[in-house]
Design a protein around this ligand. Sequence first.
Ligand code: NAD
Length: 511
Amino acid sequence: MTIHDLTVISAVDGSALPKKPFTGRHLIDGQWRDSLDGATFVRRSPAHGTLVSVSAKGGSEDVEAAVAAARRRFDDGRWPFSSGKKRASLLTRVADLIDRERERIALVETLESGKPISQARAEIEGAADLWRYAAALARTVHGDSHNSLGQDILGFVLKEPVGVVSIITPWNFPFLIVSQKLPFALAAGCTAVIKPSELTPSTTVILGELLLEAGLPDGVVNIVLGYGEPVGAGLTTHADVDMVSFTGSTGVGKSIAASAAATLKKVSLELGGKNPQVVFPDADLDSAIDAIVFGVYFNAGECCNSGSRIIVHKDIAQEVVERVVALSKKVPFGDPLHPETRVGAIISPEHCRKIDGYVKSAASGGAAIHLGGGELAVPGLSGQFYQPTVVSDVTGDMAIAREEVFGPVLSVLTFDTPDEALGLANASSYGLSAGVWSENVHTCLEFARKVKAGTVWTNTWMDGFAELPFGGFRESGQGRELGRYGLEEFLEVKTLQMRLGQSRELWLNSR
Ligand code: NAD
């Protein structure tokens, strides 16, 4: 069905909607528990408005109990000193269980987050792949040895698990992001306490069920459901937590880094992005325009990697905008439960208003709205959606050009020279990812080497592999996930020096 030229998919019949809400409880020391004070919170589907889940609402006592369990299990040594082979086979079992439960996890993910069901299925499949990749890494943990320090001494560099890790995750890719962290932490031999977002708690609870079924010893992974205060804050300040692995907004990331400083915890942060794609006149425009449309609308733009600003050469800017607008109208927005839907609901009404605020403020500052610019009514659905939106005549000083809009909104800026393009690309406090489109490899390479971003894509956008590290420069974060670096994050280095025989020269010669 087409409304105002857009492709909008109306509500499908509600038979897939669960009859009963999902019940989420904390997982502490291998036991499912309600909050000590019995408190709960609910989540409604952002697309359908129906009740999806009722979850235990954690308090400080729940944090205390979960951290104590993770600490005990780490300190008794059985998990950190278990063999890589044992940890690998457990992680592989979890991957198999995730595959088995893919449909169930994908449905709950879609209902809590508003993302399309086809995308949710792909994410759960990708998550299982990460568990398998981490399983392979578990058998590769090793350090170095030095045998050139002298005849009577050997030196070893040991890699040891950091200890108890707090894992705090956002709502936009709940199952995928916990799977970018937890299996790597377990492969290293760490124990963990996880806090999923209060907006999408339930698939992390399902993961907890699968961990128990796979045979993970009690207390190695604990889950506390609830809000940033007091659960998230408690997990980042607790003296018995050795490391915080956080994905979320830059604002909360900075506050976590500050509060974790009191106990000098290791902190790994995956934060926001304002990711540019630069399009040179010699680019393959068919491919670039498809990638621009994918980059901005994927996950309704609620994506750290959203290609939310394009920087286009002036000679082709008009053509690019026209073609992006034309293709945008063909992207199916609507009911996330329909298999053809590519863009679903916005996570909350407040967030929808925030997106709209950025667009309205750009328009009042002189930007041109070529498409969209308002909420989208989807027939039969009571949730919140936002229209595919293309905004040009954006200048570098506008909030829409600098801040994360986190919605299906594309800002178009233009350039004359490669230096100008690079300057615009780097004119952001973020540095997560960037892209460049040109058929000239020298143009691509020069841009790739000078742009300040943790990931650079040339003539593609948002490809991802378990083998390749991911993370941000500048205010997009610190530390890396995935690849071998993703394992190293959870390892501490210990130096061991062994003197052989009685070769040590005495400091005071009193023998
Ligand atoms: P958020 O920062 O609001 O919340 C993230 C998590 O932190 C939630 O679980 C939340 O409950 C918790 N939290 C809130 N306050 C806290 C506190 N004081 N102490 C500890 N924990 C606290 O982020 P969000 O809105 O859930 O997610 C969107 C943000 O995440 C965007 O900025 C996006 O760019 C970023 N993100 C980054 C990546 C990446 O890999 N770089 C991936 C996905 C999302």
